[in-house]
Design a protein around this ligand. Structure first.
Ligand code: ADP
Ligand code: MG
Length: 342
């Protein structure tokens, strides 16, 4: 007798989440948003709470050969705060769960927590609990973050509408390029342990990979300027993949312009050095933790002069599809490669 077996890779990460979500029935009126956005949204009376969780595994999400433990701790908090920011909410509390193999000492856990505490201070969040257990395969960190916002301020992935302007913060592709450099230097070191890696030239891109900063600064600025994006998410899997999410959730299309895509000079130069196409790094690199959002045209003037917000394109009708207009003026279909976990 043969039982049906479907490979997880047949569905992919997002297909698997959709598959699980199909059978989930929400039972409580206080659950304003369940699976399917950067964070869940829970009614808390006069305001809403947002909740998100992320799991980081040694060897999958970080490599202690080049990631210092304090950085791993900081990043584990930052990636959760980034999902809270993506809802236009303010992070308030986190819980931290860790699994440790006997390779780790108290000093190592202290180093990890020094980064966690630094991030708590940086983002103004309280560490309020967690869990500790043993692991057979290195270090595992799971963080849950809770944030708050007024109900009318929460931004979902599904609010983009035709003619809205697509915006991204900061610059993109750096974290992917940084990872390639760290991997290359690790291989050089493994081949010849006397070689001291020369990373001086690459500090911006390696920093983007090792110690990303969630864009809470932008969330506070949007509030001060009185702008509520029509949709928003953070860029953890790559710009192209996130544009697909916004378009699918909002049932819209999008056009973006190659010459508007923000890339840092060091990211560009290092990509070229590595024989990578810089624009591919911008479109498909993961882990930049910048924000992708859409605004109504009436808000454009309020953000127009912002030095760190880039207007990369606009929202169109769903049937118009998703296009990148290249520097030479050709419209090419965007493919959502993103970061594949399976
Ligand atoms: P992000 O990249 O913003 O962290 P994900 O792609 O990880 O978002 O998750 C998308 C949505 O799917 C979120 O609402 C998340 O809570 C939900 N999700 C992810 N994995 C699971 C799971 N195993 N069970 C239930 N919900 C999940
Ligand atoms: Mg997210």
């Amino acid at each position: 007798m043969s039982e049906k077996r479907t490979e997880i890779s047949d569905l992919g990460e997002f297909g698997l989440i959709d598959h699980l979500n199909e059978k989930v029935k929400l039972q409580n009126d206080s659950t304003l948003k369940g699976i399917g956005d950067d964070a869940a949204v829970i009614d808390a009376g006069d305001h809403a709470k947002v909740v998100t969780t992320d799991l980081l595994l040694e060897g999958v999400h970080f490599d202690l050969a080049y990631a210092p433990l304090p950085h791993v701790g900081f990043k584990a908090v930052a990636v959760n705060v980034s999902d809270i920011a993506a809802m236009n909410a303010i992070p308030k509390q986190i819980t931290v769960s860790i699994a440790l193999s006997n390779r780790f000492s108290v000093e190592a856990v202290d180093a990890l927590y020094s980064g966690i505490r630094a991030a708590c201070e940086h983002y103004g969040v309280d560490l309020v609990g967690g869990d500790t257990t043993a692991s057979r395969s290195g270090l595992v960190i799971s963080i849950t973050a809770i944030g708050e916002a007024q109900k009318g301020q929460i931004t979902y992935r599904n609010g983009a509408k035709e003619n809205d302007i697509l915006c991204v913060t900061g610059d993109l592709g750096g974290a992917l390029v940084g990872l390639q450099i760290l991997e290359r230097e690790k291989q050089v070191f493994l081949a010849n342990p006397d070689m001291r890696p020369d990373l001086e030239k690459y500090t911006i891109v390696t920093g983007r990979q090792l110690k990303p900063d969630a864009r809470m600064d932008i969330i506070h600025e949007l509030r001060e300027l009185g702008v509520v994006p029509t949709s928003m998410m953070d860029i953890s899997d790559g710009l192209a993949s996130e544009i697909f999410h916004i378009c699918k959730s909002s049932n819209v299309g999008a056009t973006i312009y190659e010459d508007k895509l923000p890339i840092d000079k060091q990211t560009f130069d290092t990509a070229v050095e590595l024989n990578l196409d810089p624009i591919t790094c911008v479109l498909n690199g993961g882990e930049d933790y910048e924000l992708l959002f859409t605004i109504d045209q009436k808000d454009f003037e309020k953000l127009e002069k912002h030095p760190d917000i880039h207007f990369i394109g606009h929202i169109s009708k769903a049937e118009e599809g998703k296009f990148l207009v290249t520097k030479s003026g050709t419209a090419v279909t965007i493919k959502a490669q993103g970061w594949k976990h399976f």
